[in-house]
Design a protein around this ligand. Structure first.
Ligand SMILES: *Cc1c(COP(=O)(O)O)cnc(C)c1O
Length: 402
């Protein structure tokens, strides 16, 4: 049967009906352990009682008013985000790409407000992913996302990841900002070493550039800090957030310092849906849990446990797994076999994992996952890797017999 949906996704033939914590239940009753969390979105797992309560209570009161009016839930969430971070201001969006669009526009407007409208260019890094709008595919610079969509949006200069010579060479009189993910997500779980983030901060200060961090995937506790840049002890000027911030409700945010946001005055930017009461109620509820004492310690603890188990997995299956990457509960396996095959093998074991670039499989469990579920996930990864080894041996034996 053909689907009426535009066929832009090669969807797995599984239909989930409900979820509970780190588990998903399919229509046929099968239970899956969810190490994907909707691509790092369901930070508190599925059907978290505090989120369900916040959403249903707000749903009975008020969904949407537009940003023509004051939205107290949004002011409260913005205040809490400001209090917990480097930021002075927050702009709420519906997605990561929109948070990035706001960040890029803000950087351009900042230099324009400073009397330097020519400084509109942004430096980005190979392997980056910043979303699928026209500007964010230009920022990401990946050919497969740009091809066929007409002239690339002007103003993005890409350099190889970790190539400081190329970076310094590309910065010119038109450069206004550097945009980077603290850990590349879609690009294959490639972390920026904390010393390099420090060096980027210093370079931006020296050249009068704004540092924009894309924490859409790394943010809201995913790496064991509220935001990943805290590991490096630096702060950005502008930061894009989304995915986990709504725990599954579509929302994002662009955070900035007073200085970086100084061009964003009345009327220069806007959104119909961004920051509506329903989204803000859920965003506040997510933050209630993530900011609870001990929550981030839990993420660090189970993240470390999972990472240790993955090292064991690599030792057990050296022909399948080449390398372990990542931080907290944003972990990846760089594979010696096609990652799509591994994703399928894991699903055969009723474990959801997610592919990424550079032949990596991502493990992004909900942050509420417990030690028993980590052990269960390990057992299923082990079974998936063993099944792949058996398959490879079978193919080799059949080949030898012919
Ligand atoms: C997912 C992601 C985006 C895009 O977010 P959308 O909500 O899909 O628009 C941008 N940057 C990073 C790092 C992401 O992981």
């Amino acid at each position: 049967m053909t689907s009426p949906l535009l066929p832009t996704y090669a969807r797995a033939d599984v239909e989930f009906e409900k979820g509970e914590g780190a588990w998903l239940v399919a229509r046929d009753g099968q239970r899956y352990l969810d190490f994907g969390a909707g691509i790092a979105v369901n930070a508190l797992g599925h059907a978290h009682p505090h989120l369900v309560k916040a959403l249903t209570e707000q749903a009975q009161k008020l969904w949407h008013t537009s940003n023509i009016f004051r939205i107290p839930e949004g002011e409260r969430l913005a205040r809490r985000l400001v209090d917990a971070t480097f930021a002075d201001h927050v702009f709420f969006t519906n997605s990561g790409a929109e948070a990035l669009e706001c960040a890029i526009k803000m950087a351009r407007k900042y230099h324009s407000a400073c009397g330097n409208p020519q400084r509109f260019r942004v430096v980005t890094f190979e392997g980056a992913f910043h979303g699928r709008t026209l500007a964010t595919i230009a920022a990401g610079g990946q050919k497969k996302y740009l091809e066929g969509f007409g002239p690339k949006v002007e103003g993005f200069d890409q350099v190889p990841f970790g190539d400081w010579k190329a970076l310094e060479a590309v910065i010119g009189p038109e450069t206004g900002a550097i945009l980077i993910e603290p850990i590349q997500g879609e690009g294959g779980l490639r972390p920026v070493p904390p010393a390099d983030l420090k060096r980027l901060r210093a370079l931006c200060d020296e050249k009068g550039l704004l540092l924009i961090l894309d924490e859409v995937q790394t943010g809201v506790g995913r790496t064991g800090k509220l935001f990943a840049h805290e590991w490096a002890g630096i702060t950005p000027d502008i930061m894009a957030v989304a995915k986990g911030i709504g725990g599954g409700f579509p929302m994002g945010a662009c955070l900035c310092t007073q200085e970086a946001g100084k061009g964003m005055t009345v009327g220069v930017h806007g959104t119909t849906f961004g920051g509506n009461p329903l989204a803000m109620a859920v965003g506040n509820a997510v933050l209630d849990v993530v900011l609870e004492p001990g929550f981030l310690e839990h993420v660090r603890k189970v993240g470390l446990l999972l990472k240790q188990r993955l090292a064991e997995l690599k030792d057990r299956h050296p022909h399948i797994i080449a390398e372990i990457r990542g931080e907290g509960l944003m972990l990846g396996l760089k594979l010696n076999v096609p990652n799509t095959d591994f994703v399928n093998a894991a699903r055969q074991q009723n474990l959801i994992v997610i592919g990424a670039g550079d032949n990596v499989v991502r493990l992004l469990p909900p942050l509420i996952i417990d030690e028993a579920e980590i052990a269960e996930g390990f057992a299923r990864l082990d079974a998936a890797a063993s099944a792949m080894e058996a398959e490879i041996r079978g193919v080799a034996q059949r080949g030898a017999a012919e």
